[in-house]
Design a protein. Sequence first.
Length: 205
Amino acid sequence: MAGLKIAVFASGQGTNFQALVDSVKEGRLDGSIELLVCDKPQAAVVERAERAGIAAWLFKPKEYASREAYETEILAELERRGIELIVLAGYMRILTPVLVEPYYGRMINIHPSLLPAFPGVNGIGQALEYGVKMTGVTVHYVDGGLDSGPIIAQRAVEVADDDAEETLAPRIHAAEQALLPWVVQQIAHGRVQLDGRKVKLSPLQ
């Protein structure tokens, strides 16, 4: 499925957004990032979108009566642009069925832990506090729960005895920036098959 139309949802610095932009530019991702959706108009990711010439749909949640209200507007914009895949890349809001249901199986998220361990906020800090020797990153489908959807791919990152968040985080982010574009490329080529809770990766044709 070359030419996959992608929307990226992000709330912060946008390093994973940038990894996707660079992958498209360098020919490693057969798709186009059609839209950035961001709930923080002052976030650094908005500047990244501007530099890349990518349209941004910006909003302030407090200006809406409910999550469903702004998601209804987002859904209309996604449908207008023919978006085929939503990538949550540091989007810090729980989604409602307004978006999850029409895009189930076409919406993925990246999380900085080896799920199902350490879901929710600060997965890196949770892993350090627990004392694990191995953590990593996970790309999974979004099902409306808290980082609970079917797992597509994971990459492990070793935790050193003297690691702190400021030393572990760069290695986690590097793993994210490598894994996320790779997964999107597999989806673009129709290799990712969702079967219940299990995800299968078919061989290259």
